[in-house]
Ligand binder design. Sequence first.
Ligand code: GN1
Ligand code: MG
Length: 373
Amino acid sequence: MNKKVKEIANNFKFKGNLINIEENNQGNINKTYILTYDHNKYLLQKINSNVFTEPYLVMKNIELVTKHIKKKLKNLKDNTHKTLNIIKTINNENMYTYINSDGEKEYYRAFDFIEDCTSYDSFEKCQDALKLAYEAGKSFGNFQNLLNDFPCNLLSETIKDFHNTKKRFQDFLDSIENKVTNRAYDFSKEIIDLISKIKECSIIIDNLGKSIPIRVTHNDTKLNNILMNKNTNIGIAIIDLDTVMPGSILFDIGDGIRSTCSNSFEDEIDKDKIYLNLDLTKAYLKGFLEETHNILTQEEINYIGLSIKILTYELVLRFLTDYINGDTYFKIKYKEHNKDRFLNQYILLQDIESKLDEINEFVLKTIKELKSN
Ligand code: GN1
Ligand code: MG
């Protein structure tokens, strides 16, 4: 058994005797362990403090949001949905600070393991992908619904400018200028094209807090951040709440569809496999809109299609920037991993552009149907 993890685990209020430690390799940012005790299971996570420079504030945000969701679920007598439950340290804190052999601080936090659930990285192996896409949209819609009355001024912006497309664009230009590697030279055609798109892709950020309301947003609405009941595939809990911050609901819907309704993984290199699946997109939108049509403003509705493009554009920039900067942000599994991710999302972006009219039409039709019911 991993001695270090065991030592860290001893600082949390876990019940019983530790039987097993298993490392979980999902996720590009944090390190996760599943701890099995004789009667309970827990998640122990090392917070990536390069990405989250103020882990205390991350945990404060999570505490506030999960408390609110728990209260809402109780009032609504909703016994189906759940949220993360923080396990405190023996000193009653949200996080344990471990000093490693190099004298550096490592930050750990723990949650109850939510039983009888599964999460999907993609729909590849699913029998009923359409139902899953619908459930995925419904789950993030429900999350938005539960937090609609949460005062978002209580939340800290734990990663500044996380979905600020203009800031991401500036970082991208800086990476080209700083030339940490020579990798930008291979992509001049793509770079010129990306520069030509920034104006349109700034629409959400330019209007945020003006015509587009600021709400609590999850900001990382990937499919595998939904725990689904392993028998029924109904969405049970939204996890990975590290990036919960004030933002736009358009970040959540755009990134949700980008990540969930793409036909491939983010690092697939076979061009023929990379496209936005329209049937999945419509199913996802249906689920999301069923939950949110009463809270969405007309301006938000108008930009739903565009948000899918913008959030994909943003990730194209981020993967390319990290590639040019020599892979310092996203965990990579091989040398050219970020290049493959960038090219994949770039192909997806072009495909999304060609499908926006149909998506916009579907959104308007669905909203109309839902409002007339
Ligand atoms: C990161 O760690 P993970 O996989 O949940 C990233 C997201 C990206 C995603 C792309 C804090 O999320 O913004 O969309 O990778 N999270 C952070 O796979 O940067
Ligand atoms: Mg994440």
